[in-house]
Design a protein around this ligand. Sequence first.
Ligand SMILES: *[C@@H]1O[C@H](CO)[C@@H](O)[C@H](O)[C@H]1NC(C)=O
Length: 378
Amino acid sequence: MVHFLQTLGLVLTTASVLTVASPLPQPASELNDAPTKVKRATCTFTAAAAAIASKKSCSQITLSNIAVPAGTTLDLTGLASGTEVIFSGTTTFGYEEWSGPLISVSGSGITVNGASGSKIDGGGARWWDGEGSNGGKTKPKFFYAHSLTGSSIIENLSVLNTPVQAFSIDGANGLTLSHITIDNSAGDTGGGHNTDAFDVGDSTDVTIANAIVQNQDDCLAVNSGTSITFTGGTCSGGHGLSIGSVGGRSDNTVSDVTISSSTIKNSMNGVRIKTVSGATGSVKGVTYEDITLSGITQYGIVIEQDYENGSPTGTPTTGVPITVLTLDGVTGTVSSSGTNIYILCGSGSCSDWKWSGVSVTGGKKSSSCKNVPSPASC
Ligand SMILES: *[C@@H]1O[C@H](CO)[C@@H](O)[C@H](O)[C@H]1NC(C)=O
């Protein structure tokens, strides 16, 4: 048996192209029983089904010009620890009305990399109808980065035209996403809606660095989580860099979030924190530093504790306090029809704020701010 497995390991190690659905003469579980005796293979796949069938037996998975069939997830969940996934060439998806996701990856110590010149093309225009996730066609989510742990990395991906939300980061603990480009600019006139770039929930130690995003909703939305960093980003066309809405979910705690050295242009909002009316939870230790705004159409900075069913009520509540908030170097311009700064806090539910170098100009000065803690001002 030992001799057989060594032979098998050698075969797998030297195989560079595996395109059949079941290349292994033995089930994967048997291989896992002898991890020290079998070296996992370097695999290249040209079909999604083959990649999914053999994913656990490969140490490196190259996805070469994969056309994922309609209604199918490119399911790379449960990868063996330390697996490297490489998107190469152009990845495309068949059309079907369904909720997705188009891609899902989980595991520990996973690296996902886009090879030079590669693209992942969501073909979103086929679903876009201006309604996003609020109605119309059922649209597949793009990428579930769920349960990625142990210093996992998603890097160098060039994403085009997601049907609706792009990256859902959930249950992650130790995940870095860097140099990810999401170009949904065709959706500006083509009916793209709710195309959030990065939605973070229930996660710890997540870093998103050097993202370039053109979309029609939040560039970042942190709904819950601890030790979340977004840095070096460029966001255009969307709704800005957001915390929330916080409250009314299973996890309603946001703590230690740093959003730094980023640019937000031609967007509805710049810096935004929303908490849910009547809910409980907390937003503590959020820092925005070195943020540059331009072409903001609604609010340069907006912090409000009155969200209900996705819309502001105008009446703030106190159940999700926003404490230890730092804005340091948030500067730039709002269009003349927009508002520079809007802060709507409940009585006593915003405290321990630090503001320095905050200068947002060009828009209107709000006259409806409430319970603004010093040294902030509208
Ligand atoms: C991402 O691209 C850079 C530049 O080409 C490269 O140095 C880096 O190793 C790539 N990341 C991964 C995970 O392969």
